[in-house]
Unconditional design. Structure first.
Length: 475
């Protein structure tokens, strides 16, 4: 039996209920007879017993019908299948190895130094994207998969002067599982990122993040403007040039709009930047401070902090009706709201106990609970798109600021950063990476790391950066 197992990295929440989904999709295949099916079930149970199979996804094709089933902790209830059919299968876990992927050197249809250079640069970017994704172990030759029992994906590319043809095939069977052509225009990095995202989505079934961007505030003289960079730090693009303090940028879920706060003469107001229309309009201009905006996952509302009634309180503003609903009623400062992915809860910061701590409430302001109990100064909550982790910043005994993560329902802090001051975490849309600011080089700059604190990398150089926000997947 040819069982192909790929990984989303590690167990994010060991207490999570294990489940299985069946879903129609084309992927790697196995020809299963009844005994093989029983063997497959035993293999899955073996991994479950090892305690690291938190989420398994089987993708079934060519069964003659669309079949979807969710099971909990058992495969025994699976209906009988037509065992002689081809079954394309993906088994995704959070605990084991990654998918082996070999990128063979791309070739060209004609001898041209310029074309060879273009193709080589695209190949390098793709390799970095796929390796960074945490889904793949990337190799440059097939010798690593020479064992007949090895499983893996072979990625090939062939270019002419106008396009690059990409083919992915199963290493063992040589069956083509993905094939597409891409233009070789001037924006080669964008082409490479598009290829990487398509490979991830087709093989893993998840949206890739290679085409995402990061917006942030950066210092220009005595002011702060907004800028955007690619997720890997390339293509720095200024966004505002109004000579003011532009703060707290927040991507809309459609990735086409950005909220931000700007100082006017006597107040701090919230504006909306439409990236498609290149238009800026005011969203919130109540008396006092209008700041720290965040979007609801459906983009119909924003949560924000206002001082119009005295101290900073948290409100929800319906963008269609303009109805404002106050959520907090407290003498303290309540700020930095962040929605849970299901829109049912909001994490925020309050100093109602004397020092800032992270709290969670429902979207009506009820069911309030304190989340952080480690350290006396905790700020900047950021709820993971997967819903299982909240990142935040905690002040240490040495007065440094460090990024932590915790389960949002069972406080269990894990420290991720150690070098310098590290602040303002924001999640990638796949929930596997975090962008943050750090002054470890003497000035605050942008860095990213994996969700567990590993593999930090610097994105900016010579730019004093603050308040990064990672975009959603850009369609």
């Amino acid at each position: 039996m040819n069982l192909y197992i790929s990984s989303k990295y590690k167990a994010r929440n060991p207490k999570q209920i294990q489940n299985i989904k069946f879903k129609s999709s084309k992927h790697l295949h196995a020809h299963l007879s009844p005994p093989q099916w029983e063997g497959l079930k035993q293999e899955c149970f073996k991994h479950l017993d090892l305690g690291f199979k938190n989420y398994l996804v089987f993708r079934v094709l060519k069964l003659g019908f669309f079949y979807v089933m969710a099971l909990i902790l058992s495969l025994s209830a699976i209906s009988d299948f037509a065992y002689s059919q081809d079954i394309y299968l993906r088994l995704t876990d959070y605990g084991g190895g990654k998918t082996n992927l070999v990128i063979e050197p791309f070739t060209t249809a004609e001898i041209s130094y310029g074309l060879l250079t273009k193709v080589r640069n695209v190949e390098i970017v793709i390799a970095k994207d796929l390796e960074y994704s945490l889904y793949f172990d990337v190799f440059t030759d097939t010798t690593s998969l020479s064992d007949s029992n090895s499983q893996g994906i072979l990625l090939r590319g062939k270019a002419d002067m106008t396009q690059l043809s990409i083919v992915c095939e199963d290493f063992a069977s040589h069956e083509v599982i993905f094939e597409q052509n891409y233009p070789l225009a001037d924006a080669l990095r964008k082409t490479a990122h598009d290829i990487s995202d398509d490979v991830i989505e087709y093989i893993i079934g998840e949206k890739g993040i290679a085409s995402t961007k990061i917006v942030f505030s950066y210092r220009t003289g005595s002011n702060k403007e907004l800028a955007i960079v690619d997720y890997d730090g390339f293509n720095f693009t200024p966004l505002t040039k109004n000579g003011r303090f532009n703060l707290f940028p927040a991507w809309a879920p459609d990735s086409r709009r950005i909220l931000f706060s700007t100082h006017t003469k006597n107040s701090l107001c919230i504006y909306l930047f439409d990236l498609v229309k290149k238009e800026i309009k005011i969203i919130s201009s109540f008396k006092g401070l209008n700041f720290a905006p965040c979007w609801s996952p459906d983009a119909s509302k924003i949560c924000l902090s206002l001082t119009k009634d005295g101290n900073a309180e948290i409100y929800i503003l319906d963008l269609a009706t303009k109805k404002l609903n106050r959520l907090t009623y407290n003498w303290a400062i309540d700020t930095s709201p962040t929605f849970s992915p299901n829109s049912r809860e909001i994490a925020f910061v309050s100093d109602r106990t004397g020092n800032p701590q992270v709290y969670v409430m429902d979207i009506h302001g009820g069911n309030l609970r304190r989340l952080t109990f480690h350290g006396s100064y905790n700020t900047s909550p950021a709820w993971s798109p997967r819903g299982d982790i909240i990142a935040y910043v905690s002040r240490e005994n040495d007065h440094s600021q460090q990024v932590y993560v915790t389960d949002p329902y069972d406080f269990s802090p894990v420290r991720l950063t150690y070098d310098g001051n590290n602040e303002e975490p924001s999640w990638s849309p796949d929930g596997l990476h975090i962008v943050f600011t750090s002054n470890r080089t003497g000035v605050y700059e942008l860095y990213t790391m994996n969700w567990d604190g590993s593999r930090e990398r610097k994105l900016t150089d010579g730019v004093t950066a603050n308040a990064p926000d990672w975009s959603p997947v850009i369609e």
